[in-house]
Design a protein around this ligand. Sequence first.
Ligand code: WT7
Length: 641
Amino acid sequence: MSYPYQIKNAEEYKAAYKKSTEDPEGFWGEVASHFQWRKPWDKVLDWNFSEPKIEWFKGAKLNITENCIDRHLATMGDKPAIIWEPNNPEERTRVVTYNRLHKRVCQFAQVLTNLGVKKGDRVCIYMGMVPELAYAVLGCARVGAIHSVIFGGFSAQSIADRLYDANAEYIVTCDGAYRGNKDIPLKSVIDDALIGNRTVKKVIVYTRTRTPVSMLKGRDVWWEDEMEHAEQQVEKDGKVSFPATEMDAEDPLFILYTSGSTGKPKGVVHSCAGYMVYTAYTFVNVFQYQKEDIHFCTADIGWITGHSYILYGPLSAGATSVMFEGIPTWPDAGRFWDIIDKYKVNILYTAPTAIRSLMGFGLGHVHGHKLDSLKVLGTVGEPINQEAWHWYHENIGKGKCPIVDTWWQTETGGILISNMAGVTPDKPTYATLPLPGVDPILVDENGKIIEGNNVSGNLCIRHPWPSVIRTTYGDHERCRLNYFSAYPNLYFTGDGASRDENGNYRITGRVDDVLNVSGHRIGTAEVENAINMHAGVVESAVVGYPHDIKGQGVYAYVIYDHVHGDENLTRQDILQTVTRVIGPIAKPDKIQFVKGLPKTRSGKIMRRILRKIAEGDTGNLGDTTTLLDPGVVEEIRSGKL
Ligand code: WT7
């Protein structure tokens, strides 16, 4: 069974693309007519990129959870919505049907209401990958609270910054989380984040690892107690209900923090209607989801990929989504392949860094697995190299599964450039063609549009698509400056790209000071700030360098005024500081101590030179005549790690 808005072949793709550019309002109005609305829109689109102000399905009323859950109940209440695979393969699997998901989300919405959460309130969610995380996210959406999920790898300090920025009054967390052979004490991290905090009113704690936790009277409550109480409230005569809050199309649905080239992470805001329509549309079309398929996206719900392609996209399409608590290498590097055979997964969506890491463990872990249920493979998060692409295609897809290389960003909400499985051709290392409704262009440094093919430039998008970022929370001007001011009337992605003779796009990586480490976005300025907080550090400069598994590694040049202990201990101290300030995901892979940094006469660090040295490309460092002290370059070059 297919969907009314599902594109089935290359001709239909061309026709849909043409219609989407000639008549975007007609095109998206038609797609949106297949969703459930409390009240239809007055106007499909109103926009300008100069403020920016972007309104999709203006005037419409809806609740996204009615689309993701309620409307499926009559026809497929017993269909699995979420199949949960625990970290420990010996532990029991949990299959959450649409009926069960409905009940749990209603219950949790009631819990939130009982605790005083109202429409528009910000709820921070810091949990492991357990089904309760899905209930928490959707429970927020049901009452119209704005969720802000924070990935478990962020530190107490990062959480505190985000709580403050979003002015969040509620937190949902777990006692701990299992990841491989580790237990991560989430609640205790939250406790650290809350030292001195005066705004958070309630912390809901779900028991996963039963690690000892401190529960503050009046503030901290157990998930299980609250849910038990709520069960009696939402269930009457065997029927479960909790009325969903009616939301305006443009009401914010969630905030997700992401790093930029400067300063602190920004709270990217997505709104209800456009995000819903676009994630469902792209899910169905890119992966060519068929109604009985099992979809397995390996991302964490702490990132946009998990929001859009584990939860909202698949659930609004009534799909079955696998949610995995653990990591790809535990108990061994065959874990993904075990899961695929166990649930007969049809679609696997993962990241190049995971593929490269599993490649490194050898084919021994792939052999002995059938993998014959697989129909479609996908990648996301960073450019995929030739070697990884072919390994994935041959050994996992057995040469018969198309690979969709999906390019998008936290800010875009959903996939913008990708082939569609079996519909438009794949081309190794190319994200290929824009999806319907997406109008990419390349521009040069001066904002001049680069026409024609076999060209490269900075990637921009010309017209809004339904799930484009609406604002950065609490600071609209920052949104304008970051994305809509570099080139007038264009959304600037921060990525460089090339376009081949057939119009296929190849994303070459960031052109700003943002790193992509294992598919995670890390701002160099953020890491520098963290390093500079360490006593003894005078100054630092952070750049990326090619890393076999992570894609990019973090290389830090550090000036210090005295070593405490020896250099290696000082390195450990700096790593500890970064872990405290940001989290383990931002730890530098290499720290080189230097006496000076290459600076221009006006005091600007010349990162181009530092990048070249870190990359090991020290032959030609380009023009160094504008340097204040060209001597430092030689010192840095000779000390390269
Ligand atoms: C950046 C966005 C969107 C989900 C995960 C990352 C890079 C993303 C691809 C791809 C080449 C890619 C870009 C982009 N990126 N997908 N298929 N090919 N590069 O989300 O953390 O917001 O990072 O990831 O550089 O700007 P994110």
